[in-house]
Design a protein. Structure first.
Length: 513
């Protein structure tokens, strides 16, 4: 037995509902500003009615359901019902292209797609070919309200795959990460302990729920902690702190990109006061951005590292003591990590190596990639001391055990025999006050293996020359790390949670060369 125990998402929810049936469980803040809230008793009826509706559509144990909608209360209703009925939910970004959606639906074999109007138009071709049944989100929500809420016959098990979350696909076709009930609960319990999340908290969720981040460092930890949840339809830089204050939320989850958006907003009365006691985030900020955040918003930041394949967040800033936000953090209770070289040996302090996470597939790391045993075998490997997930992230540690992100293994630039971190160069360029955003890539070079190209987004009404950028980099970086080329662009292509799509930048560069 461990912290996940013999539970499902549905059983965790129903246990809390029996203890506090009349407490408010979840609120949904609509785009127009109206809020709807449900007690545990009311939401239990919704979940049961959702399950009845899914069964009436002919779905059975093991069937896959695509959720292609923006943030909506249906995420909780459908996933909890699926957990009870041993079905599996496949979330996808409603802003995806027809090709991207078709790939996910074909690969997963989903039998039903719950879509919004935006994605319904994109799915027209697939719908017309009769490959999948489609229902609009608002139509389903109205149907749920009219459906009998009889108690469900629960058949879901802890080891069932309850979600198939597709990776963002920044360099290749997305892979479907198989997450079980037990795995999501394991990660949620670890996160709850590492952040001090408690039943008196109120979590504000503005990140997209079709991605692991919103679920794994907000939604499911809130479920296991028994705290109240407020979900907003989408993140808004201009309304975030006003929404947080009005909702009286105490916790929030963000990424580097939305934090930078909030810092770019003009100071206002909504910046403070609020009740946020902790904000978890991923993806590095500059020291200047960290200081400005604390000065303006006075909400402590807690850095973390995880990936869809871990579901949990194995590395976090310490809750008590020095957080040292330049680092990803330190390993939290429930996880063991190593940093290894190419031969599999552990590196010394300060040396770079690949981060690997020890775990049990389906319990503390993913069960595997759906219909892709070859990729699963590359990622999950058995070693003499156990099973390890190979993350592909290059990191290093300091003398106190804090872990620092260096780069994705595939993004390391090899130039003249040197391994160069693209993120180190990005951090140096980002320190210029004129720079709004930056991404660095390596491209093939006949003499030096690779040459370095920096894509730079300037702030409004700012100017900067290539020579000035080159001089600035020369002051902060070794000469071989200074980019050979600077490309000014209006914006950088990003995934839904702010990861830069460097494959798109390479395509852009090839088109303009």
């Amino acid at each position: 037995m461990d912290i996940a125990d013999n539970r499902t998402l549905y059983s965790v929810y129903t246990q809390k509902a029996k203890l506090h049936p009349d407490d408010v469980f979840v609120s949904f803040l609509k785009e127009d500003g109206d809020a709807v809230e449900w007690t545990y008793r009311q939401f239990t009826n919704n979940v049961n009615a959702t399950g009845v509706k899914l069964l009436s559509l002919g779905l059975n144990r093991g069937d896959l359901i695509n959720l292609c909608i923006p943030n909506h209360i249906l995420y909780l209703e459908v996933i909890l019902a699926a957990s009870a009925l041993a079905m599996c939910v496949v979330p996808s970004n409603p802003a995806s292209s027809a090709d991207e959606l078709e790939y996910i639906l074909r690969h997963s074999g989903a039998k039903l797609s719950i879509t919004c109007a935006q994605s319904h138009k994109t799915l027209t071709k697939i719908i017309n070919e009769g490959r999948i049944e489609v229902i609009l989100d608002e139509e389903l929500q109205r149907s749920i309200e009219l459906t009998s809420s009889d108690e469900l016959k629960v058949v879901g098990l802890p080891e069932d795959v309850v979600e198939l979350l597709y990776t963002s696909g920044t360099t290749s076709r997305p892979k479907g990460v198989m997450l079980t009930n037990r795995h999501l609960i394991y990660g949620a319990e670890s996160f709850r302990a590492a952040t001090g999340l408690r039943d008196s908290d109120h979590h504000f969720i503005s990140l997209p729920l079709f991605h692991a981040a919103a679920q794994c460092h907000a939604l499911w930890p809130s479920l296991v902690a028994g705290c109240r949840i407020t979900i907003v339809s989408r993140f808004s830089g201009s309304r975030f702190f006003l929404q947080v204050a009005n909702s009286k939320c105490t916790m929030a989850a963000l990424f580097g990109a939305p934090i930078r958006i909030l810092l770019s907003q003009p100071p206002g009365s909504a910046d403070w006061p609020h009740r946020l006691r902790n904000v978890t985030f991923a993806q590095n900020l500059t020291p200047e951005q960290q200081n400005e955040w604390l000065r303006r918003f006075k909400a402590p930041l807690q850095q973390l590292w995880g990936m869809t394949e871990t579901a949990g967040l194995p590395i976090m800033s310490p809750l008590v003591g020095e957080r040292r936000l330049a680092a990803m953090g330190r390993p939290i209770l429930g996880y063991e990590i190593k940093i290894i070289d190419e031969s599999g040996g552990e590196v010394r302090t300060g040396e770079c190596g690949q981060l690997i996470v020890k775990g049990t597939p389906g319990r503390s790391i993913m069960k595997g990639y759906y219909n892709d045993p070859e990729a699963s075998g590359r990622a999950i490997r058995e070693m003499p001391d156990g099973i390890w997930l190979f993350t592909g992230d290059t990191v290093k540690t300091d003398a106190d055990g804090y872990i620092y992100f260096v780069d994705r293994e595939k993004d390391l630039i090899k130039r003249g025999g040197e391994n160069i971190s693209s993120s180190e160069i990005e951090s140096a360029i980002a320190r210029l006050p004129q720079v709004s955003d930056v991404a660095v890539i390596g491209i093939s070079d006949e003499i030096k293996d690779e040459s370095i190209v920096a894509f730079v987004v300037l702030k409004a009404n700012e100017s900067l020359s290539e020579d000035a950028l080159r001089d600035h980099c020369g002051q902060l970086l070794s000469h071989f790390k200074v980019p050979q080329r600077f490309v000014f662009v209006d914006s950088l292509p990003r995934t839904s949670v702010g990861k830069i799509q460097k494959n798109v930048l390479r395509e852009h560069l090839a088109a303009i060369r």
